[in-house]
Design a protein around this ligand. Structure first.
Ligand code: AMP
Length: 282
């Protein structure tokens, strides 16, 4: 498997690939790879001649230094996993210096209301960090398509907007959420949970499923109160937010309208570990 640490060598390989008329798909990740990441790679393989997985724990998107420090890392294990999936994959694993030089700071973006709600509200500066690194990767790699999970649904919408406003010639492809057998959305952060927390964290998905069921007959206010009450006395989970929002603008809704698509979103803590999940409601 080809592993690139430097952008120049990667760009040479990309130019050669493109000169052969082949298409390149990029799967950006922060490593600690799991089946959710692998499903993005498999989606990319179906529609691109060559797939590149980037592995980089991007410091500028962490609003909390302890979260960055604790974030699971294991490059060799990631490489072995990708190699066993497909030895023809390419991996880009740069250092922070290779991407940012000496200036590890975010560019400031205006994502409008998309950047102000939920993750944007509770993790100040997070999406500027995400936008910065994704824009850098797109400019270095110049992929035809880039694959992102609906697990980070708001991020997916932000990246669609980023490519539009910055005129980046990349097709952004959203991919479904992969879950553990108990329903918990797969996440690198799940590694930080103890077995009791990991079992109990399936409550997040169960609550989303129940919200979907209630959405057929009950008001948004009713469902929101119901979800808050479910978490209030939960022994292992602390709710940060629950929202029902328009699936494209992510604006919180009070009332359902015909023909619109909606999603429910949850962020909750299991001990110190912050987990997010979401579900389409219709
Ligand atoms: P991360 O390494 O957490 O930054 O995630 C890298 C990419 O994998 C992002 O596009 C995520 O949305 C996606 N991803 C993470 N977990 C899952 C999952 N359980 N199912 C599908 N995609 C995922």
């Amino acid at each position: 498997m080809q592993i690139f640490k430097e952008k120049e060598a990667l760009q040479t390989a990309v130019s050669k690939l493109k000169s052969q008329g082949k298409t390149l798909g990029l799967v950006p990740t922060m490593g600690a790879l799991h089946k959710g990441h692998l499903s993005l790679v498999e989606n990319a393989e179906k529609v691109c001649d060559q797939v590149l997985v980037s592995i980089f724990v991007n410091p500028t998107q962490f609003n909390n230094p302890q979260d960055l420090e604790k974030y699971p890392r294991g490059l060799q294990k990631d490489i072995d996993l990708l190699e066993s999936l497909n030895p023809n994959l390419w991996v880009f694993a740069p250092t922070a210096h290779e991407l940012y030089g000496d200036n590890i700071i975010s560019e400031e973006f205006n994502f409008g209301s998309l950047g102000e709600v939920m993750e944007g509200k509770f993790r100040a500066g997070h999406f500027d960090g995400v936008g910065t690194v994704v824009k850098m990767l797109f400019e270095i790699v110049k992929p035809h398509k880039a694959f992102f999970g609906q697990k980070d649904y708001q991020q997916l919408q932000i990246i669609r907007k980023l490519t539009k406003v910055q005129n980046l010639p990349v097709e952004v492809v959203g991919c479904p959420i992969l879950r553990e057998p108990n329903g918990l959305a797969r996440s690198s952060r799940n590694e930080l949970l103890d077995p009791t927390q990991r079992e109990n964290a399936s409550f997040i998905h169960q609550t989303l499923l129940k919200s979907k069921e209630l959405f057929g007959t009950k008001s948004v206010n009713y469902i929101t109160d119901w979800v808050n009450a479910q978490f209030e006395n939960h022994p292992f989970l602390k709710l940060e937010y629950f929202e029902i929002a328009d699936a494209s603008t992510l604006k919180k809704i009070n009332r359902k309208r015909k023909g619109q698509e909606y999603r429910a979103f949850i962020a909750a803590y299991a001990g110190e570990v912050r987990l997010i999940d979401n579900l389409a409601l219709n």
